[in-house]
Write a new protein. Sequence first.
Length: 308
Amino acid sequence: MYLGILAGLTTCALWGLTFVAPRAVMPFSAFDLAATRYGVFGVTCILLMLNRRFRPTGLPVRLWIYGILLGSFGYAGYFLLVSFAVKDAGAVIPPLITGLMPVLLPIIANARENTLPWRALALPLGLIVVGLVVANASTLANVDTAGPSVINGVLWATVALVVWIGYGIGNAAIMRRPDAPDGLHWTGIQGVGSALSALLLLPTISYGLFATASTGEIVNFAAWSISMGLAASWIATWCWVYASRHVPLALTSQLIIAETVFGVAFGLIYEQRLPTLTEAAGALLQVLGVAMAVYVFGRSSRVEVSAA
């Protein structure tokens, strides 16, 4: 289980780069980066399938369809929904709503799998919720909630939350099956879905920028696009698939809060500043919540082994 936890944390660290990448590629937009990132991910998976080791042969068509849909909606679909939410409601409220996923998904997963007694989950989940609120306390105080666009943004963010929860449950359901596909194969199938979803983003690309941007800006954009496509998409997805197979969903879903913590850390490094008191306190509470969850699940596993 602990290798699975390490794989999950690796995924979160790589996903955390998403918080920095859109700023690092300016003047190119987040839509430009998303289209090229998911395109690189998908093309990489397709090229790797030329090698028999990476080729998912013998899988039923329904698994192909399922994996492609997971890759499409879990990547471009989620990104577009969050982008619409930020456009309508600003940059503060949507992350708070989607940030509830590490709380809601463990509740749903534990209700489905009955992995732990509810009282054992109460403290870790409580620490994560409090940490989320504390980390965003200062920005929440200055949020303007007036106007119908905020309501639209909240709705977009809520749908994005539902999509991510659906992705987490669907991916874990496949990987926990006795006849689950190989992790590399399942990653490749989702990559194909990512490539298809990248096509949806083509109309959003700032094509004119490629003619006016400097050579350095284009090279920087290409470097980030390739890095995000390979590291934050292909490697991260494979690690997440591995974690989904070896760690209960009620725990892996809580590990996702580490994405936010890594994202904040990368953002502070990028901005070359120390965290504020509330940012540091909130991050610490969230890390304590995840550490508590790992301890609780680890203790439960040891008890099961001893009983056997």
